[in-house]
Design a protein around this ligand. Sequence first.
Ligand SMILES: Nc1nc2c(ncn2[C@@H]2O[C@H](COP(=O)(O)OP(=O)(O)OP(=O)(O)O)[C@@H](O)[C@H]2O)c(=O)[nH]1
Ligand SMILES: [Mg+2]
Length: 380
Amino acid sequence: MSSKSTAPASQPATGSAAARPPAAASSTSTTAPSPASTDAAAAAPTTPAKKLPTCVLLVGMAGSGKTSVMQRMNAHLLTTKQRPYIVNLDPAVTHVPYAPNIDIRDTVKYAEVMKQYQLGPNGAILTSLNLFTTKFDQVLDLLEKRQDSVDYILIDTPGQIEVFTWSASGSIITDSLAATYPTVVAFVVDTPRSASPATFMSNMLYACSILYRTRLPFVVLFNKSDVTDPAFAIEWMRDFEAFQSALHASDHSDHEPPYMHSLVQSMSLVLDEFYSILDPVSFSAVTGLGAPALFEAFGRARDEYFKEYKPELERLIQEREKRQKDQRQRQMEKLMRDIKLEEAQGTGTEKGQVGAGADAGAGSAGQEQSKGKGKAKPRK
Ligand SMILES: Nc1nc2c(ncn2[C@@H]2O[C@H](COP(=O)(O)OP(=O)(O)OP(=O)(O)O)[C@@H](O)[C@H]2O)c(=O)[nH]1
Ligand SMILES: [Mg+2]
């Protein structure tokens, strides 16, 4: 085992394998990692006219096909002469069917983390991601160096969706990428496993919670269309009545308890509005069906990022800066008031003595005062 494996995260995130050039480029262009300390905000582009690569975050339930989709997207980009840059954030995967430019496994050894911290599989994945996030500034540095020569940054996430979508490190990674690059969330749905209205609804609720948390443009990728045509799901999203009829039919066939029916029904009402902002795409990672439509959806999401997310982000940054400025101003005013008060108190008492005492320290000021008192007494 290499020295990297002995201490998790002891190496920068961009080790030898991690610093691989984009898949389309030649191996001679490998960039040496730099021990940078730039934070996410500092990595923000200064020249908006420059075309930044679109960053796609692939999230989805375990086994929905994220890694296979990644492979297919990579192949599609290469055949259409576009340049991908691939980041694998799944520390537990044993084999990836693509060549990642940055791989969490080069930095953090999942099995070592499990052993060293005495963790179970999920705890070890989460800890590995946390350890990797402490080095994420270096990933951002590498991306910054590569951004002119790539069209897409594709990020594969751990199998356990909640490890990425509900963890602090997942938020840090998402926010720091979205602060710089037009970022899109691609939610991978296992279509055959979403055929019943109840499982479809659960998946959509999860999608809704991720959208709520990230506020990023969102593409719903109905994967495994070679097994089950997702037309039914897209129809459910477009037509509330269609979903209600399917729900009614499943209610009779599945013998679901009545509370389930009313829960799913009320949820579907809530989700109806949420569906209107989603961009559903039918896709198959096995056949590659739907790849052009998927990249068109990413194009629309990219436009949405610049139209909605970026201005909102800038507004929030301005608001925060204004809050900080106002706070500094208030502190300055308070300080000035305190100084004036002290001056006023100083004039009202034994001016020269307190001043001299203050220069020499509180103790001597006290001594001066007591000396004064001592001198005054005999006069009385
Ligand atoms: N038929 C079919 N099978 C698929 C498709 N995409 C993925 N699979 C299969 O689904 C299984 C899981 O695929 P992965 O790509 O490993 O899924 P994942 O979401 O990355 O899995 P985790 O990272 O473990 O959560 C594999 O057996 C794939 O071959 C698809 O479009 N069609
Ligand atoms: Mg995977």
